[in-house]
Design a protein around this ligand. Sequence first.
Ligand SMILES: [Zn+2]
Length: 228
Amino acid sequence: MNIIDRRRKLSKHWTKQYRRGGPPDKITIHHSATASGSAESFAGYHVHSLGWPGIGYHFVIGRNGTIEKCWDENVISFHTAGFNSGNIGICLTGNGSFSSRQLNSLVELTDHLKKKYAIPVSRIKGHREWSGQRTECPGMETEWVRDKLRLLGTEPLLKSGMKGPAVRKLQKKLESAGMLLKRYGADGVFGKETRQTVIDYQRKRGLIVDGIVGPETWRALLNDTEKG
Ligand SMILES: [Zn+2]
């Protein structure tokens, strides 16, 4: 996951400051409602046009999938009226339509934050899903994000030496993604052949090549095999 730390670099109000709270317990997905833009351009707008203490979002995900970190997660910034406390705001640059790299980064980032703070999937919502919000933001349905996070929450990390049904499931997914296990097939044993196949798959998909099946590799496999 490629995260650029912008916490000290973005425009801020010269006197006002956001408060800090406890650990976050919810996540809200936004869009910028603009075709382009970055954390700095949104920060400039929030500070200079709206008079806020700083950018409203904790994270901004650009069109190329790059994640900009804008605040510590316990900063109570402005992004969802009435629900800002304990709420991590994630903004996708775009206007209701997003690149696949952006959406992949969104799933990866929300999965990471959800696990870090033990946030239930039901408390990860699009802006307009919180009550009383008069907005179309983020311009897309977010149930698919929750679906994916539920899946990732149930898939264990797998590596060499492991055995059992989860390994068999992995092997079947690899095969449906076009990576054949020629010698042993889906035998439920994470041996040399499975490890090499995972490595080949990670290389093919441009993932980190480590032969270990974590959320990133699971996510790619589930993506590749759930179509149709
Ligand atoms: Zn919003």
